[in-house]
Structure formats: C-alpha cells, structure tokens
Design a binder for this molecule. Sequence first.
Ligand code: SF4
Length: 183
Amino acid sequence: MSQKGFRHDMNKCLECRACVVSCKDKNDLPVGVNFNAIEERERRKFPDVYVWFTLKMCRHCSKPACVAACPTSAMTKDDDTGMVYVKEDVCIGCGACVKSCPYGAVQIREDTKKAAKCNGCIDMLKRGELPVCVASCTSRCLTLADVDELRKESGLVRAVNDDVSPEKTEPNLYYKPKKGMRA
Ligand code: SF4
C-alpha cells in the first residue's frame, strides 16, 4: 500500500485559514462542520508571548482506529493513497468511529446522520491533483508527500496528542515545529 502524508511547517504558517475555507467550499460543508482547523497556541505572558499555529485534521493513520471500529466497513483506507474515507452509502451513523479516533477527526453530521471527515481529497489525488488545502495554502507551509520521504526529513515530528502514543494509530500528519519552541 502506498501512503501519502501531510506536512505542516509552523514556521511558515500565516494563520490565513485558506486551507479551512477551501476545504469547506470543496466539500460544501454546512455551518458547524469543518474537516480541518488552524488552532492558535500561546505560551508565556506579555511581553514575552510565544504564539504558534497548529493544523488539526485527520491524520490518515497507517493503523486507523476508526477503520478498525467501524462495524460496516464504511470507514475505508484507500490502497493507492492511504487516505481514509467514509463510504456514505454504507455508513449507519453509529458513531463508533467518532469514539475511536484519538484526534477528534470524525463527526456525525446533523443533516445526513452519517460520519464525516477529511478524505484527503482522494478524488483529486486520483486525478493527479493536490488536495485543496495544500493547493490553496498561501505560504506553501502545507504539503503532501509519500510518508517514506517525510520519515527521512530531519526536524519533523508526528502530530500526536500528548496522551496518545504514535504507535497506537501511526498518524501521517507531520509538523515542522516552530524554531525556538519551548515551554
Ligand atoms: Fe481515523 Fe482518526 Fe486516524 Fe483519521 S486520525 S485515520 S479519523 S483514527
């Protein structure tokens, strides 16, 4: 299986949220539904404030907990790209995927009663195009590559939550931490 991964360089992110808007537009998402977000983090106090921006989205894990938890195989991992996506016609809206994802990347939509999440713009990838979040990134801080390449790049860290081991799902979103990052 080929596996693509996302790379977010915190040193270049401008917090313009073009990635968020383009995703919402492409997927025609209603108010309250987003497949990605830019979160502002802050440490220390004025005048010594330290701010950085973190991209939140599905990690398209190599061992996706959502796929393992889905009772109908509606949550699927694509062999060609490694992207994880929902087959809406098979989804029964039970929410097992929502509970299983350690990164809060899945939700049940109010309007459709089905699981919804980033699908890595799998339709565009299969046409040889980039996902809209990557294509629209104004500072080119968000990129997509084969994970084998990302793993070789020095200075990248896997995007995990403090209380989740990367081995649990093997997430494929990588951060380039902001220079001088410290507590
Ligand atoms: Fe599934 Fe969550 Fe991993 Fe995305 S981040 S593949 S929703 S377990």
